[in-house]
Design a binder for this molecule. Structure first.
Ligand SMILES: Cc1cc2nc3c(=O)[nH]c(=O)nc-3n(C[C@H](O)[C@H](O)[C@H](O)COP(=O)(O)OP(=O)(O)OC[C@H]3O[C@@H](n4cnc5c(N)ncnc54)[C@H](O)[C@@H]3O)c2cc1C
Length: 663
């Protein structure tokens, strides 16, 4: 064990085991379940070789694809042997599957999280039974196909058609234009054999809007395309090298009537279209997916901060007055950057876990959302869209900052930070572009303001929490957030009103004139949600030292937001004065020193194995340089003492030159 990292662990006031149990309870519901799952994880990683032992980041795309494919199947088999469903939300956390796959995703994520979920939520009882029996007796890999070359965000703009033929009682699927070709769906290129396809339903030349269809892409015998289906990989992208994102073109693809998921709208054999339920259910499906994504984004963030904090404790650089090179974690600028990331990770951890539990609870008590009230769905949609956007915005921002905080070695694939940045980057776009999502949240907030109702979620723990000393400690900060929220929303509403009624803009134009501010209010709303969830969880920590460490960390989070993210609006709207702002900065600098004492143990508390991190810089024992050098030696460029580049290019080049000079 590296002596510096050991010293950090010994000097901390945090009780590591207690903190692990505390986080485990929040993540998995109870300490018993947490230990069960950690035991499962350890058994899994002893049975299935993790990618960190496969020289993974030195491999080519084909090799990475095969490794992830094989290991995804092995993981599924292992879970089956242990009577655990791969759909279980407990399993779909990076901490468990990530012990084998690191930050890589299992190849069948969309099968469980989108294909099966869509069938379960949007299918009739008969359809659910039918498709489950097909899934159970065949090797089915499903995906979710919506986006087209021409349209992603604007779902109503999709051009793929499903035209009903009364005579044959079939739908005929077509991508009639270049822009209607499906593009981006995960695993649709070469892996998946079934898909949920979102297409415009046409009956007798009338457009009935976008509906969901189950479509077979490849046959189950030899994996060849079904008639009229063309799929392929879209080529290299910014990350996700081991996954095939696909293009899909349908040309007169015939599917039976049964294949339109008909819980909310159905087509009768004679071609009559009937709405049989609320289309709100379509949105409810997104809630689960988005909540899961918030957890996933938070896991990525926790991996990247674990790497950055551990490396900062081990790395020494630049001599001090005594001629000693300090650990880089000593430098205030280093602390300022990595502790913002650390405090954000904890705050978002509390918020995303609350959201996941809350949405699963709503799903259970509303009979798979069938009985959910539109007002409740509106609230949940607003917070889940906003939190997904802010989770990935933060994840990308801080993963990049964490990379910079690791200097040159952070830029090596050995750091493990590169795929995290790439995945965070993609997460800002898929499942809804972050700006578009924040604007959806803002639209809800504006509507609430216009109706004079509170947009904030009501928490069952609120009244109890308000009695606590922790709440009283944070009350002044809370007041700043609430005052800022009220002033900002009334400013935006007033501006919208005057743009329409005084300047004569249409509502559409006025909206676009206010979108920068609308994004700001949506972010603030998410922050308020995060504060409630964090305070509630920190208050439930019964270990005095641990609660104190979390309180310091959380105060730091709040101070960063006040002095950095929201400071312009806070000062402009005179929510606090310049002296108060100066005091907040001073307090922040003081807290950096306090958090520094516990930083290593606070990241140890995430309980990641080295195989989760896949990082030479983030290894638990802090023996960074040995691992970096091993990684370098394993580069595929080093397989031969003399590389083919010399033999095939330079050597004949010189030979030709020599010959010419002799002529
Ligand atoms: C890694 C990855 C995996 C994916 N997986 C899948 C999948 O499995 N299945 C699938 O169907 N799709 C998938 N997608 C596609 C993804 O869902 C879309 O890319 C996403 O919804 C954004 O749509 P777009 O690409 O059309 O962006 P656009 O909507 O064209 O956005 C471009 C820019 O315009 C801005 N913009 C757009 N509309 C507005 C507006 N109304 N107001 C203000 N600004 C606006 C956006 O903020 C953005 O900056 C995936 C994408 C990626 C990157």
């Amino acid at each position: 064990m590296n002596a510096d990292i050991l010293k950090e662990r010994n000097n901390s006031t945090v009780n590591l085991d207690h903190m692990k149990n505390f986080l485990g309870r929040i993540l998995y519901g109870s300490e018993e379940r947490f230990h069960e799952l950690m035991n499962l994880r350890d058994r899994m990683v002893s049975k299935i070789r993790p990618i960190s032992d496969e020289n993974f980041y030195n491999l080519d795309r084909d090799e990475k694809y095969e490794i992830i494919y094989r290991k995804s199947l092995e993981i599924f088999d292992f879970l089956k042997e242990n009577n655990i469903s791969p759909d279980s939300p407990d399993i779909n956390k990076l901490g468990i599957i990530g012990a084998v796959l690191g930050p890589e995703k299992i190849l069948f994520t969309l099968h469980t999280a989108a294909f099966k979920v869509s069938i379960d939520l949007w299918g009739t009882e008969e359809q659910v039974k039918h498709w489950h029996s097909i899934m159970n007796s065949n090797y089915v890999v499903g995906t979710y196909i919506q986006t087209e070359i021409g349209h992603g965000t604007f779902v109503r703009g999709l051009e793929t058609t499903a035209t009903y033929n009364k005579k044959t009682q079939e739908f005929i699927l077509n991508c009639p234009t270049l822009t209607s070709i499906k593009f981006w769906p995960g695993t649709a290129g070469i892996t998946a054999n079934f898909a949920i396809v979102m297409a415009k339903l046409i009956i007798d030349d009338k457009d009935y809007g976008v509906q969901a269809f189950v479509v077979q892409l490849r046959n189950l015998q030899d994996h060849k395309h079904m008639p009229g289906v063309e799929t392929g990989d879209i080529g290299k992208k910014g990350g996700f090298e081991s996954h095939d994102n696909g293009y899909v073109k349908f040309t007169n693809v015939r599917i039976p009537l049964l294949n339109m998921l008909a819980k909310n709208a159905c087509v009768h054999p004679d071609g009559r279209f009937e709405k049989t339920g609320s289309e709100l259910i379509m949105y409810a499906c997104m809630l689960l997916l988005r909540a899961g994504l918030c957890s996933f984004g938070n896991c990525l963030l926790s991996l990247s901060i674990t790497i950055a904090v551990r490396y900062s404790a081990v790395r020494r650089q630049t001599s001090n007055l005594e001629g000693i090179e300090p650990q880089i974690i000593e430098y205030q600028t280093q602390q300022y950057r990595i502790f913002q990331s650390l405090s954000t990770t904890y705050a978002y951890f509390f918020a995303s876990n609350y959201l996941v539990k809350h949405i699963i609870n709503v799903k259970n008590i509303t009979n798979n959302f069938a009985l959910i009230k539109p007002a409740d769905l509106g609230k949940l949609h607003a917070i889940s869209a906003g939190l997904k956007a802010q989770t990935f915005n933060s994840c990308l921002r801080f993963a990049q900052i964490n990379r910079l905080c690791c200097g040159g070695h952070g830029y090596s694939a050995a750091s493990g930070l590169i795929p995290i940045i790439q995945e965070a980057d993609a997460g800002c776009t898929y499942e809804g572009d972050n700006v578009v999502l924040l604007l959806q949240t803002a639209r809800y907030l504006l509507k609430c303001a216009q109706k004079g109702i509170s947009p904030h979620l009501e928490f069952s723990f609120q009244s109890e929490l308000k009695k606590s000393s922790l709440y009283k400690f944070f009350q002044a900060y809370f007041d700043i957030y609430h005052t800022l929220y009220d002033q900002l929303i009334s400013e935006i509403s007033g501006r919208m009103f005057s743009l329409v009624n005084e300047t004569g803009l249409t509502e559409y134009q006025a909206w676009n004139e206010c979108t920068v501010q609308l994004v700001q209010i949506a972010k603030l709303y998410v922050s308020i949600f995060i504060i409630w969830c964090s305070l509630s969880d920190i208050n439930s920590n019964v270990d005095k030292n641990n609660q104190e460490a979390l309180t310091e960390l959380f105060e730091l989070f709040v101070l960063y937001e006040i002095t950095e993210d929201y400071s312009t609006n806070i000062m402009r709207l005179s929510v606090v004065d310049a002296d108060q702002m100066k005091n907040f900065s001073e307090r922040l600098y003081l807290l950096l020193k306090k958090v520094r004492q516990n930083a290593v143990v606070l990241v140890d508390s995430f309980n990641y194995l080295d195989s989760n991190l896949c990082s030479a810089l983030g290894a638990h024992d802090g023996n960074v340089y040995e691992k970096l050098f091993d990684f370098a030696r394993n580069s595929k460029f080093n397989q031969k003492e003399v590389h083919d580049g010399y033999t095939n290019i330079l050597k004949p080049y010189f030979h030709r030159k020599k010959l010419r000079s002799h002529l």
